[in-house]
Design a binder for this molecule. Structure first.
Ligand SMILES: C[S@@+](CC[C@H](N)C(=O)[O-])C[C@H]1O[C@@H](n2cnc3c(N)ncnc32)[C@H](O)[C@@H]1O
Length: 277
């Protein structure tokens, strides 16, 4: 009989573990969340109880277990062209400003989940170039990163089912940028994929290994982190941000009170942030 109980001490220890390893702050009384997300892993990792699984993950000896548990505790919700306005700002403000660059434009999607955000960025850049021939002449490279190995595998594969494709993608873009790969799935075309690369990366680590960027999208992940972790992440972003670069956060996220390295700019289309000069 599998035991899914979790006492207060174990719950609190697990909260500390999670915040230390991926930044996520669970807060009090989220026992149900831990139970519902981790219980499905018990048989896979041959554990008789939730306590046993949690004890094992905290010994840190089992990398596969640790990354599966972190994966299970993160929220991967995403969709195509999420919130629309970031992609309109990209099209109407960011890309025109960078259009004369004499090197490739570098864009980072810093919590890319299953890939909808970096691929939406690539489609926007491709459409910009179609509408403005001769601009962004040196091309553009998009890097998608995430802590979740399973999400990155999904990103690289670039295959989406009809439900995922129905969320935010127009029929015109589906036709233009995807090939049917089965009766119910479509795969991102190589002409889009060639602009996007993916790698595993934990936002708690230094990002200098990733290179430098002109535009950073970091959306709908900072909400899970403490103010101290957000401060550190903004400081890390500033170190890899090229001069004049932009930062785009999620609709409910902000740099206010956390950093002076990025300043808010109120574009008519929505809010974005710029590296302070
Ligand atoms: C809600 S999704 C956001 C996806 C996309 N940016 C969007 O706005 O639609 C949050 C993503 O952040 C990732 N994540 C959580 N903690 C992370 C960390 N410490 N480092 C990198 N990625 C992390 C999760 O794996 C998940 O895929």
């Amino acid at each position: 009989m599998i035991n899914k109980d979790l006492n207060e001490k174990e719950y609190l220890e697990f909260c500390v573990f999670l915040e230390k390893h991926c930044g996520i702050v669970l807060g009090s009384n989220k026992h149900y969340l831990v139970r519902s997300r981790l219980s499905p892993l018990l048989s896979e990792f041959k554990c008789d109880s939730l306590s046993q699984l949690i004890q094992r993950v905290m010994t840190l000896r089992e990398r596969a277990l640790r990354s599966t548990v972190i994966d299970a505790m993160t929220t991967n919700e995403t969709l195509w062209f999420r919130d629309k306005y970031p992609f309109e700002i990209l099209m109407k403000r960011f890309l025109p400003e960078f259009s004369k660059l004499n090197r490739p434009l570098k864009i980072w999607s810093a919590a890319s989940s299953s890939g909808q955000e970096p691929y939406s960025i690539a489609m926007t850049c491709m459409e910009y170039r179609e509408r403005n021939p001769g601009q962004l002449r040196m091309g553009f490279d998009i890097l998608g990163t995430d802590i979740s190995a399973s999400m990155l595998a999904h990103c690289k594969n670039g295959e989406y089912d009809k439900l995922a494709l129905s969320r935010g993608l127009s029929p015109e873009r589906l036709k233009k940028y995807f090939n049917a790969s089965s009766t119910s799935c479509f795969t991102v075309k190589d002409e889009v994929k060639k602009h996007v690369s993916f790698r595993e990366f934990n936002l708690l680590e230094s990002c200098s290994i990733l290179g430098r960027f002109d535009i950073i999208f970091c959306r709908n992940v900072l909400i899970y982190f403490s103010p101290d972790v957000k401060r550190q992440i903004f400081a890390n972003f500033a170190k890899v941000a090229n001069k004049e670069s932009y930062l785009m956060l999620g609709a409910s996220e902000s740099v206010n009170g956390l950093t002076e390295k990025f300043t808010m700019e109120r574009d008519p289309l929505g809010i974005c942030y710029r590296l302070a000069q």
